[in-house]
Design a protein around this ligand. Structure first.
Ligand SMILES: O=C(O)CCC(=O)C(=O)O
Ligand SMILES: [Fe+2]
Length: 352
């Protein structure tokens, strides 16, 4: 506490208050020239982000033959690393819309760190033994019950998708879901609130990153766009594409842990959020992860002479620590576990 008073820059302002008063974003929020989002629309999409019907995916798992849906999922993940899942109801929980008010902030590690134009609340939602109840807002009173139920419901979606991913990799359907059930798995909920910004061309709502999770389910704003994604495997082209606004849809993306465990078969997509000049935007990301102590590494079934190991070993706990530090500086944690191509090349030539 005393340290924070001596270093006031560690306590960033609430962006909503800045947005209410300021005409120009303060310099701490202004990103470097090369990182600025284009004011014009992002690049035209080479192909749309598919909408996958999860009930048909479950049918495929039960032997119900929905090969078209599985093919769509594979294509979505190969092209984008993510897909949209359209809900049949606009009200997600008990007939009530899921809405939340409340703010948090960036973790500030250095005085010259560029801050995101966003207030957020980041909570451990599962398992119960890890929940820090004192951090959960008391208002609205239903918050806790709704978040708990929402976490379980989204987990069901995550499980269906993970079963399909395992099948696409030629693994047992329960391979990933089983790992999620080992030890005490962890789910984080991040509520992002992006106040409108008079100069969206100068700031970022959320810096480019990929998620540390195994899998992420995002409730995206049903009216205001802002999420942008880079295509995996586009040769580092750095082109940003707008994720379209699809009312009543959830966005599902694979995270870094799946990229590592699948030995790079799936790519965890790099994404960011841009601010909007006229409208506030909200999103809620649910990050499903393994037990924090459990090791994450390429699954042995997916490593052989033809597919040399591409990633080292880590744990969710260590990886998250690296991720937060790297995120603050605008870098990717994934680079710390990737085995460099030079090592790979020498490895393969040694193997003959
Ligand atoms: O705001 C969004 O749509 C995405 C949020 C996100 O990527 C995150 O919280 O990790
Ligand atoms: Fe994300």
């Amino acid at each position: 506490m005393a340290e924070d008073q001596a270093q006031p820059w560690k306590i960033p302002p609430i962006v909503q208050e800045l947005a209410a008063g300021a005409h120009e974003p303060p310099s701490r929020y202004v990103v470097r020239d090369q990182d600025r989002p284009a004011v014009a629309a992002a690049a035209a999409m080479p192909e749309p982000i598919p909408i996958v019907d999860l009930s048909r995916l479950s049918a495929a798992e039960d032997g119900g033959g929905a090969d078209g849906e599985v093919a769509k999922l594979r294509c979505a993940l190969q092209n984008w690393g993510l897909f949209l899942e359209k809900q049949k109801y606009s009200n997600l929980v008990n007939g009530k819309e899921f809405r939340f008010e409340g703010y948090g902030n960036d973790v500030v590690l250095s005085e010259d760190q560029i801050l995101d134009w966003c207030d957020r609340l980041y909570l451990i939602a599962e398992s119960e033994s890890r929940v820090v109840g004192s951090l959960w807002p008391a208002r609205p009173p239903a918050f806790g019950a709704v978040l708990r139920e929402y976490t379980v419901r989204c987990r069901r979606i995550a499980d269906v998708v993970l079963a399909s991913l395992a099948r696409l990799l030629g693994l047992r359907e329960g391979r990933f879901v089983g790992m999620m059930n080992e030890g005490v798995a962890m789910t984080h909920a991040r509520f992002n609130y992006y106040p409108c910004c008079p100069r969206p061309d100068l700031v970022l709502g959320l810096k480019p990153h990929s998620d540390a999770s195994v899998i992420t389910v995002v409730l995206i704003d049903d009216a205001v766009g802002g999420l942008q994604v880079q295509k995996p495997n586009d040769g580092g082209g750095g082109v940003w594409y707008d994720v379209p606004v699809v009312p009543n849809a959830l966005l599902v993306n694979v995270g870094d842990a799946i990229e590592i465990m699948s030995n790079g078969f799936f790519t965890s997509p790099v994404h960011r959020a841009v601010a909007n000049a006229e409208r506030d935007r909200v999103s809620l990301a649910m990050f499903y992860s393994l037990d924090p102590e459990k090791e994450i590494e390429p699954l042995p079934e997916l490593v052989d002479e033809k597919r040399p190991r591409k990633y080292g070993k880590t744990t969710t706990k260590d990886y998250l620590a690296v991720l937060f530090e790297r995120f603050a500086g605008g870098a990717r944690a994934m680079d710390t576990v990737k085995i460099s191509t030079v090592e790979l090349d020498s490895g393969t030539s040694e193997d003959g």
